[in-house]
Design a protein around this ligand. Structure first.
Ligand code: PMP
Length: 359
């Protein structure tokens, strides 16, 4: 068996012990004689999977009891629509900080629904920064302030949540469980799963319970967080196997020492790579240090014509999916919780060899 280091932004690599456990349990889960994929989402065996997974996530993130935890289908993009659907009205739109492609998408979807207000944008500088908080334009007439805690494409991350009096809503798709977060500061946190939690198509959503509101009759129950909470995230058939894998990943994180330990390891990994890039005159990351992501590290070479060769030779050397997003170009190393330090060391070694060979 050959496992490579997968630097893909998502779907991303999962911890090997999780994959091994899923493999071992694939044909006969918990003496049911079936795979988790084959058991009813309303069976006692699946109740146990769902409860265990939620309990572990609640422990990891110290989620207060007055928050609902939902496990929904549809990815983070579905939440781009469900956030305004559940919280905003035409008279009380949501305010949006736009500091990258994903926050722009979230804003655009809410805007098309007539439910968004642009509080600030850093698009004019190519999304290389977070707009200065003093310049954010929003107030108590807005239902919430939405932001994306880590912009996966540009590699720009909020180092801490914004301090605001309004209901805070965060898309944490690409940094959930990578560092401690005080959930009680948020009205809503959501995250698409395919980077840090499990496979694609699955989403976790935390909602403070006073924000579980009744929706107008014309809106399908499937989009109502309140109905989903009442139905235990099982209004219809949920993504059962994803839910199960999510639980295994939560338990893996707990066994590693929890979110604090993840943060320590992630800081160490990202610092190693940034330091290497900053010390080199061959590679470059142009995001100011105070906005740099610990999860997604884009970089370029001063000689851009070498990018294609770098990416294909890296792939051949077992360092997969380093191609930067098409809107940014260059390379990007996505180094979520499951990426071991050995992956960073192998990447740095490859980068040094490549520079020596071509520089
Ligand atoms: N938000 C962020 C921060 C993302 O990185 C992504 C996916 N890369 C999305 C939202 C969209 O997620 P999905 O494809 O699950 O809808």
């Amino acid at each position: 068996m050959t496992r490579i280091f997968n630097f893909c932004a998502g779907p991303a690599m999962l911890p090997l012990p999780v994959l091994e456990k899923a493999r071992d349990e694939l044909l006969d889960f918990n003496h049911t004689g079936m795979s988790v994929m084959e058991i009813s989402h309303r069976s006692a065996a699946f109740d146990e999977v769902a409860d265990r997974s939620e309990a572990c996530l609640r422990r990891l993130m110290s989620i207060p009891d007055d928050y609902a935890v939902l496990f929904l289908a549809g990815g983070a993009t579905t939440q781009f629509a469900q956030v305004p659907t559940n919280l905003a009205t035409a008279n009380r739109p949501g305010a949006y900080i736009v500091n990258g492609s994903w926050s722009k998408k979230a804003f655009n979807i809410a805007d098309r629904m007539g439910l968004a207000h642009l509080a600030a944008s850093s698009e004019q500088n190519g999304f290389r920064a977070i707009p200065e908080p003093a310049e954010w334009d929003f107030d108590g007439s807005h239902a919430y302030l939405h932001y994306v805690s880590n912009e996966t494409i540009s590699g720009v991350q909020f180092q801490r949540p914004p301090e605001v009096a309004q209901t805070l809503v965060a898309d944490m798709s690409s940094d959930i469980l990578s560092r401690p977060v005080d959930v009680s500061k948020f009205g809503v946190i959501y995250a698409g799963a395919q980077k840090i939690i499990c496979q694609a198509g699955f989403t976790v959503v935390f909602v403070r319970k006073d924000l579980l509101l009744d929706l107008p009759q014309v809106i399908a129950d499937l989009h109502s967080w309140k109905v989903q909470e009442q139905k235990g995230s099982r209004l219809n058939t949920p993504a059962t196997f994803a839910w199960y894998i999510a639980g295994l990943v939560f338990e893996w994180i707990e066994a590693q020492g929890g979110v604090e330990r993840m943060a320590e390891l992630n800081r160490n990994k990202s610092e190693r790579l940034y330091n290497y890039i900053d010390d080199s005159s061959f590679y470059l990351n142009d995001i100011p240090a105070e906005f740099r992501s610990h999860m997604n590290i884009p970089f370029k070479m001063t000689n851009e014509s070498l990018h294609g060769q770098f990416i294909s030779e890296a792939e051949a050397a077992g360092l997969s999916s380093l191609k930067g997003h098409r809107s940014v170009g260059g390379m990007r190393a996505s180094i979520y919780n499951a990426m071991p330090i050995e992956g960073i060391e192998a990447l740095i070694e490859f980068m040094a060899d490549f520079e020596q060979k071509t520089g």
